[in-house]
Design a protein around this ligand. Structure first.
Ligand code: KG4
Ligand code: ZN
Length: 330
């Protein structure tokens, strides 16, 4: 049975399309929206407009690079949620239009389920730490379409904490990657921060954000060039703390469940501190860890295409009245 699927991702500020043929990703085109940089965060209204502007070219490019024609496609897949409603609507509507025009079935994908579908794959059951600008979760994955959130943030996502810390230091959005690059030249133990203790396997990042705000404010009173003069050490220290908070819970989750197959996913899984510390923990705890390639850390349609492939095999299609969901449980 041939399974050629075009997948579209538009949940936040990346417009992406990918073609997958019999489980093999042929390409993964991503248009990242630069417009949000000057606002210090994603502006939903602008994101929808950028998706409208980009989507035709992105889909066209994915098809062209695959060497296939529209009529070679067997199904059209799209991100149904979670995400920004206006952004999701662009991808969902475009996918529906294509499906109608080509008379092909539609496949919906939950963005959060797809983040960790990658090769090589961990053995089931595994734990996945999903860390992005909108999510911080530990997911117990029993099978591709069967999973349970066993810990999650009760307030902000860790990506937001990275971005907020960067903003407090006057760095542009998205600050996570910048904090990471300065951190690589700094001392992670230069400044100490305390973490907020949450019950069970849950996280909280709002306290550390405030703590960091006051820390910078107080230090700047003593030395107005504090940030400029100590940027590498400050970045290394805050990153160290955030990574520690994540890995502490992940270690507890592994102990509690007895699972030693561990994956990470989402934008923050690109963080070098997290990647290195996870490798160290893997040695200490005899874990098998699965760290995504950098191109799969940001939102992309290849991951939607891979999830769609499994659904295609099971003939899990949706009708044209399917609507996007800003919140979509796992
Ligand atoms: O998954 P993602 O691309 O978008 C969603 O939120 O769904 O994640 C984006 C987040 C942003 O907060 C960004 O600052 C953060 O991931 N991020 C990083 C790094 N690269 C991206 N945070 C820390 N270190 C990085 N290297
Ligand atoms: Zn994401």
């Amino acid at each position: 049975m041939s399974a050629v699927i075009l997948a579209i991702e538009s949940s936040c500020d990346e417009t992406s399309a990918a073609v997958i043929s019999n489980g093999k990703v042929l390409n993964n085109i991503i248009a990242t929206q630069a417009i949000h940089q000057k606002y210090g965060g994603v502006v939903p209204e602008l994101a929808s407009r950028e998706h409208q502007r980009n989507i035709v070219a992105v889909v066209h490019e994915a098809l062209k690079k695959s060497g296939l024609k529209k009529h070679d496609l067997d199904a059209i897949a799209f991100t149904r949620g979670p995400g920004l409603m206006g952004s999701l609507l662009v991808g969902v509507s475009f996918a529906k239009g294509l499906a109608i025009g080509l008379r092909k079935p539609l496949i919906e994908v939950n963005h959060m389920l797809s983040h960790f579908i990658e090769d090589p794959k961990p053995a089931f059951p595994f734990l996945c730490l999903t860390v992005s600008g909108g999510h911080t979760q530990i997911i117990l994955v029993r099978d591709y379409l069967e999973m349970e959130v066993i810990g999650e943030t009760q307030d902000d996502a860790v990506g937001e904490a990275f971005d907020k810390a960067a903003k407090i230091m006057g760095l542009p959005y998205p600050g996570g990657p910048l904090v990471d690059s300065y951190a690589q030249k700094g001392n992670p133990l230069a400044y100490k921060f305390s973490d907020t203790d949450m019950p069970g396997l849950d996280f909280s990042f709002s306290g550390i954000k405030t703590q960091f705000l006051y820390f910078i404010r107080d230090e700047k009173k003593k030395d107005e060039n504090f940030v400029e003069n100590n940027l590498n050490d400050i970045c290394a220290s805050i990153q160290h703390k955030l990574v520690q908070m994540l890995l502490k819970r992940l270690e507890q989750a592994s102990l509690k469940t007895g699972i030693k197959e561990i994956a990470i996913a989402g934008g923050v899984s690109a963080n070098s501190g997290l990647r290195n510390s996870l490798q160290a923990l893997a040695l200490k705890n005899a874990w098998n860890v699965y760290i995504p390639k950098l191109e799969y850390c940001t939102d992309n349609a290849a991951m939607i295409a891979m999830a769609a492939h499994y659904k295609y095999v099971k003939k899990e299609f949706v009708e044209l009245d399917v609507a996007p969901l800003a919140r979509m449980p796992i």
